[in-house]
Design a protein around this ligand. Structure first.
Ligand code: FES
Length: 63
């Protein structure tokens, strides 16, 4: 999933993950990281997601 919140472009790496949802560390908007769907305000625009696979310990991301 894109790494920056769609609300004010804060990096989501510092957010808390609960189940399939990541919470933005700034204003606590949430996203489903499987689909990129915005789940809680103030985040209301979804994020792009990318296909990922792991082979022999290497992570591949289809951009
Ligand atoms: S910057 Fe993420 S909810 Fe505001």
């Amino acid at each position: 999933m894109d790494g920056h919140c769609s609300h004010e472009k804060v990096h989501l790496a510092g957010g808390i993950v609960d189940g399939h949802v990541i919470e933005c560390p700034k204003h606590f908007g949430t996203f489903d990281y499987r689909t990129g769907e915005a789940r809680a305000l103030p985040a209301c625009v979804g994020l792009s997601t990318y296909e990922v696979k792991v082979e022999n310990g290497t992570v591949f991301i289809r951009l």
